[in-house]
Design a protein around this ligand. Structure first.
Ligand code: G4P
Length: 535
């Protein structure tokens, strides 16, 4: 296998062996199945089938969490770590629901690479495309797994062309499928001159590897019938002529994606993909921050919160802040500075999400994800350091595009609604506004499906059925300016005013005209569609 150029040769070996990535895919392409096989080969679970959950239900929340619930085993939510060969893989879960959300975007700020899973019969689907675009914004390296090759799938060249055209990225085959559907035999590993043959009798058996000296090796004929052999030789010849060769540098820059063909359910192609992640996905990368970047090899610890999850343990209402370590070697009990509040926090019970169980993290390195239980002090976008006032940048907050009024199904429980919505606002799952006039809350989200997700979570976690009703407003703008000016404006426009969960003032309207008018008539104020996550 080719050796990928390493970005940072100076990295300590413990950091250099880490690969932190997420899987992006359209629902049903096989993300859950592939995750399960990763865990299986990572030694985190003993038996395939342990973590499968069925149907739409699991997509309303994080896939990992639902797996945990359905199977009663502890595959921890949001991030899982496992070893494979010399590598430590950190797999970060992207939310499972099929709507774009801030959560998804922020998850992708915590990884150094993405695995794009597509269904061989369906090609690039809408959700894949959206997630891909998010990865592109960050120039994330992407490795592709074309799944379900055991079923009737599209022509290999057609699949590759579609990816190149729809996603505007160079595609280079890392493997080439032999036969298709019922005739699918396995793959020719184009990087290592190996033949990988799928075991149809046993789904959990890893393919037999046969080393061959190129496609004219007589050994090929022993394993591949003449017709398929001819087609394979012809196609690989064409592929080598027409498609770009693997350029590890272009992969790291996000301009080229290597594609592996396989069948996750049959454990086929997964190990090759894992080897590919080790070889071609990057080590922990430099993190953008102000006033300076953070390099992973720096001796002091720095990290940032990219996700907050409440109610992981229904018995107490603590939150877990997921922190991506940007640099250094973290040890349990360390005292870190919470940069936003400038207060020290002692991280005495950090959680490392080793897939087999949630464990106390005695240590962690740059690239790792640790969970820090807290009572709400840690917010999305917060930076933790060993004292230096650094602020990690690039963790976005999106303007809420859809607004609805949220009402408790049972008015007696309206108080709980307050609490539930505040929690989701802190998690970054929604924007919540309390209008100054009238009752109820206005909830703002980016994608329509988020309303359903919220409703089901509020019911599940707080036992409270809720309704979302149309709101008279369609836009929300944060109002910035001198305190007295903001107050005067608020008093004059009470029916348009609300506060968010931090108590900050928001102007709401249904007309762009109103927004333009405020901008024109009130030069002392500034309206913004988003609020920086960190203040
Ligand atoms: P997702 O997380 O991306 O939504 O996909 P998931 O892994 O749940 O897979 C979706 C369906 O595709 C599942 O079938 C799964 O068994 C099937 N699948 C995954 N990989 C392969 C593959 O390589 N080949 C074939 N033929 N099927 C595959 P299901 O009917 O929804 O569930 P189940 O009855 O198999 O549990």
């Amino acid at each position: 296998m080719l050796d990928a150029p390493k970005n940072r040769p100076e990295l300590p070996p413990e950091i250099a062996r880490r690969r932190t990535f997420a899987i992006i895919s359209h629902p049903d392409a096989g993300k859950t199945t592939l995750t399960e096989k990763f865990l299986l080969y990572g030694g985190a679970i003993q038996m395939a089938g342990q973590v499968r959950a069925k149907g739409e239900a699991r997509r309303t929340r994080s896939d990992f969490m639902q797996m945990e619930k359905d199977r009663g085993i502890s595959v921890s939510a949001s991030a899982m770590s496992f070893d494979y060969g010399q590598f430590r893989f950190n797999l970060v879960d992207t939310p499972g629901h099929s709507d774009f959300s801030e959560d998804t975007y922020r998850t992708l700020t915590a990884v150094d690479a993405a695995i794009m899973v597509i269904d061989g019969a369906k090609g690039v689907e809408s959700q894949t495309q959206k997630l891909f675009e998010v990865c592109r914004l960050r120039d994330l390296p992407i490795l592709t797994f074309c799944n379900k090759m055991d079923r009737e799938s599209r022509d290999t060249f057609e699949i590759i062309d579609e990816i190149q055209e729809m996603l505007a990225i160079h595609v280079t085959p890392a493997s080439w499928p032999i036969g298709v559907g019922r005739d699918f035999l396995g793959c020719y590993d184009m990087l290592n001159e190996r033949l990988e043959l799928m075991d149809r009798a046993d789904r959990n058996r890893v393919a037999a590897t046969i080393r061959i000296e190129g496609l004219d090796d007589p050994k090929l004929a022993e394993h591949v019938p003449a017709e398929l052999r001819e087609k394979l030789i012809e196609e690989v010849g064409m592929a080598r002529e027409l498609l770009p060769a693997l350029d590890p540098r272009a992969v790291l820059d996000g301009h080229m994606t290597p594609i592996w063909f396989g069948s996750a359910i049959n454990s086929f192609g997964v190990k090759e993909l894992m080897e590919g992640i080790g070889t071609y996905a990057p080590e922990p990368q430099v993190q953008h921050a102000e006033p300076r970047e953070i390099a992973p090899e720096e001796p002091t610890v720095a990290g940032f919160v990219f996700k907050v999850q409440a109610n992981m343990d229904p018995k107490h209402r603590d939150r877990v802040a997921f922190v991506r370590l940007a640099s250094g070697h973290f040890l349990r009990g360390m005292k870190l500075t919470h940069v936003r509040s400038k207060k020290p926090i002692t991280v005495s019970s950090p959680v490392l999400f080793l897939a087999a169980d949630r464990e106390l993290a005695e240590e962690a390195w740059a690239g790792d994800i640790i969970g820090i239980p807290n009572h709400g002090q840690l917010r999305i976008g917060d930076t933790l350091t060993e004292g230096e006032m650094l602020k990690v940048t690039g963790i976005p907050s999106f303007a809420p595009e859809l607004l609805k009024v949220c009402r408790a199904g049972d008015p007696m429980k309206a108080k709980h609604l307050d609490k539930a919505l505040m929690q989701f606002a802190e998690e970054g799952a929604a924007k919540v506004f309390k209008p100054m006039m009238g009752s109820g809350f206005i909830v703002g989200v980016v994608g329509a499906l988020q309303f359903e997700v919220l409703a089901s979570r509020i019911e599940l976690e707080y036992g409270l059925p809720v309704r979302f009703e149309p709101s008279q407003f369609t836009s929300a703008r944060w109002v910035h300016g001198d305190k007295a000016a903001v107050e005067a404006f608020t008093q004059k426009n009470k029916q348009h005013m609300a506060t968010d969960n931090d108590g900050d003032v928001v102007y709401m309207t249904r007309l762009q005209w109103d927004i333009d008018r405020v901008a024109r008539d009130h030069p002392e104020l500034r309206l913004s569609a988003t609020k920086e996550m960190q203040v």
